[in-house]
Design a protein around this ligand. Structure first.
Ligand code: HEM
Length: 507
């Protein structure tokens, strides 16, 4: 005769089996997404991507799926990934009704965008259209090309410190990944907080960089395992609590640095940085509170650090493997800048170097620092895609890692060929599919600043050094791992730097 616990266990098993069966039937046979191809597990659980997310392999996995299944792949019960030139502007264009997506249909507390911001939310994480447009209108004037150009001298101070680091250990094989992180962090510190973090002088990562890494790790954990993190907060373990307090440390540092800036420079300073430009128009209207301002600045420091440093890292790695392109840049610098090749530069001179620009574009195409899906949500009323009706609130995304490897627009897509941007005018499809800074209303606000930094560093280092590849830096060690932003698999990129000989310089 069955015991009472045995009966309960049977009932529980039947109920659980029923729930799972109902979910499978709904996900496989009822939803309009059933006709899109993709792995079976992805269609029934959004935890399928979790393994790839945690392993830093999400982007590569989705890329592989597009190669296997074509331009649309179902990557979750409610999520589609696209690689189709005809929909880029619908999803990401200026007029789009597709907003940044929450984590799930239930709008759980930890969403991917919200997990990446302090509270109150900053520009990057505001999903609602009106709130985002308002914030963007308050910030975008600070990023005008003229204001960015005016920052050249401040950025050059950091470039000079970076060059000093290389001068000190010529012929060795420094880790450029770390150096470019220190550089990019010090630049945004100077421009948004009025003082750098001192990483370039010290040659080691400041505490803030560790806090920033922890901040992203914590955000990712909360996004995936919200309840577990809530539980961890109750455990009396000092190391754990210190890790969990990284957000407060970042917020406190933002606050104290901001207050020092106001004491030193006032709210209407003439200093040629970007914080001044953010603050001054707010004088009369008091549009953002101090808390909103320094939180936003913290977000800008985040947004402007690892994106720029990772791009520089992969650019130098590519150039180390393709020395002919280093030489082409040097020839162009000689022709266009003459004796002025080591500065001081005016932006016009640096801004108009086609070979340099082509190399940067090709680096951003093959190794975008933010290569992953940028999730958006189908607006009310649904979306007609070819013969399919995709329901409202479906999550749709494109990843530039894949769009920028479209073999029709970019022949030999996995090869580093800067000439594709030089020899002929890029085609309309190339322009549409090339989206390392995203597109439209949510496109990167810091693109002009990033491009200036990339150019200044490339010019400064390539005019002085030949870069070659040591044996330990390989395709495997540089394989991309992404946790929204990319890091090399080995966590470093060691390259060899030798002073340029006059023979090479004069080519
Ligand atoms: C090579 C360097 C960079 C790359 C590849 C890059 C890439 C991107 C991408 C792909 C987005 C869109 C993200 C999304 O829709 O989810 C974005 C947004 C953004 N980026 Fe960048 N970024 C770079 C540098 C910078 C810098 C230097 C700053 C400023 C300090 C910056 C500030 C921002 C901001 C504020 C947004 C949010 C814009 C909005 O939602 O309105 N970025 N960036």
């Amino acid at each position: 005769m069955a015991t009472l616990p045995g009966i309960y266990a049977t009932i529980f098993s039947l109920v659980a089996a029923g729930v799972i069966l109902e979910k499978i039937l709904r996900c496989r046979f009822i939803t309009p997404l059933r006709n899109f191809p993709g792995p079976f597990l992805a269609s029934i659980t959004d935890k399928w991507l979790l393994y790839y997310d945690l392993a830093g392999l999400r982007t590569l996995k989705i890329h592989e799926l597009h190669r296997r299944y074509g331009p649309v792949v179902r990557i979750g019960p409610n999520e589609l990934s696209f690689s189709d030139v005809s929909v880029v502007n619908q999803i990401y264009g200026q007029q789009t009704a597709f907003m940044k997506a929450p984590a799930s249909q239930d709008e759980e507390p930890g969403t991917i965008y919200e997990s990446m911001s302090l509270q109150p939310l900053g520009i990057f994480s505001l999903r609602e259209k009106a709130a985002h447009s308002h914030r963007r209108s308050l910030l975008s004037h600070a990023f005008s090309q003229q204001n960015i150009n005016d920052c050249t001298a401040l950025i050059m101070q950091k470039v000079d410190l970076l060059v000093e680091m290389f001068e000190k250990d010529v012929s060795r094989q420094p880790d450029v990944f770390l150096r470019f992180r220190l550089f990019a962090l010090d630049v945004v510190g100077e421009l948004f907080l009025g003082s750098s973090f001192g990483g370039l002088e010290a040659g080691t990562a400041p505490q803030f960089l560790h806090d920033m890494d922890d901040f992203f790790l914590l955000g990712g954990l909360e996004y995936q395992f919200y309840a577990v993190v809530a539980l961890l907060r109750r455990l009396p373990l000092a190391g754990l609590q210190s890790f969990l307090a990284c957000r407060e440390r970042v917020a406190q540092l933002g606050n104290s640095t901001f207050q020092k800036y106001i004491e030193r420079h006032g709210r209407e300073s003439k200093r040629k940085d970007l914080l001044t430009k953010i603050l001054s128009p707010q004088q009369e209207k008091n549009l953002m509170s101090d808390r909103e301002t320094y939180v936003e600045i913290g977000n800008l420091v985040f947004a402007g650090t690892d994106t720029t440093s990772t791009t520089l890292t992969y650019l130098f790695w590519a150039l180390a493997r393709f020395p002919d392109w280093q030489n082409s840049i040097r020839v162009e610098l000689r022709e266009k800048l003459g004796d002025n090749v080591r500065g001081p530069y005016d932006y016009q001179a640096i801004g108009n170097l086609p070979v340099l620009e082509a190399v940067i574009n090709e680096g951003l195409r093959l190794y975008p620092a933010a290569p992953a899906s940028l999730p958006r949500i189908v607006p009310d009323g649904g979306w007609q895609y070819n013969s399919h009706t995709i329901p409202a609130r479906t999550v749709v995304s494109m990843q530039c890692y894949t769009t920028q490897r479209d073999p029709l627009a970019f022949p030999e897509p996995d090869k580093f060929i800067p000439g594709r941007w030089l020899d002929v005018e890029p085609t309309a499809d190339m322009k549409t599919l090339f989206m390392p800074f995203s597109k439209g209303t949510r496109a990167c606000l810091g693109k002009g600043l990033a491009m200036l930094e990339l150019k200044l560093v490339l010019v400064a280092l390539l005019s002085r050094y030949e870069v070659t590849l040591p044996v330990q830096t390989t395709e495997e060690s540089m394989e991309m791992r992404d946790h929204f932003l990319v890091v090399p698999r080995s966590g470093k990129c060691e390259l060899h730097f030798e002073p340029v000989t006059s023979e090479v310089e004069g080519q």
